[in-house]
Design a protein around this ligand. Sequence first.
Ligand SMILES: Nc1ccn([C@H]2C[C@H](O)[C@@H](COP(=O)(O)OP(=O)(O)OP(=O)(O)O)O2)c(=O)n1
Length: 159
Amino acid sequence: VLESKMRTGTESAAVNGAAPEAGRLSNGAEERPQRFAFSAEPSMEDIRRMQAEFTDERAWNKFHQPRNLLLAMVGEVGEVAELFQWRGEVAEGLPDWSESEREQLAHELSDVLIYLVELAEKCRVDLPQAVLRKMALNRLKYPASKVHGSAKKYTEYKD
Ligand SMILES: Nc1ccn([C@H]2C[C@H](O)[C@@H](COP(=O)(O)OP(=O)(O)OP(=O)(O)O)O2)c(=O)n1
């Protein structure tokens, strides 16, 4: 799965006239892009617990019903969108972004994740396990042998 994700990433690597980066050979051919992986911690459960402590300490739990959390999350998604607005296509790794723009993005993505995790908690969805089940379904719906290199939706494939 990681390998195929990396391959997809390479295809969008030099959009917008970005300078050649590590991962692109001087003749324009593509090699593997630089590897990137998250830190192992905190886990989703760590995030759930830390946010629960944050809201408990402020007596904010009464405001954090599912619908409010959903609206808060969507608002933060809008703030992520604002950072990308009017820039044209953005290459993988955001080569033209300043450090402060990258940090702003990290903040806004974190806000989305924090609200997502709390929303899942309040809806009693065990998010890490739900993700595993959903990814298993995705693999069944889109067998690699059938869809390799194509972005068609599953309803467009004829057996
Ligand atoms: N009622 C609230 C308010 C804030 N937060 C936490 C979760 C988010 O990570 C962050 C959101 O804070 P803000 O609403 O102040 O939003 P921003 O940090 O995005 O600030 P701004 O909207 O000024 O960009 O704080 C929370 O849990 N519950």
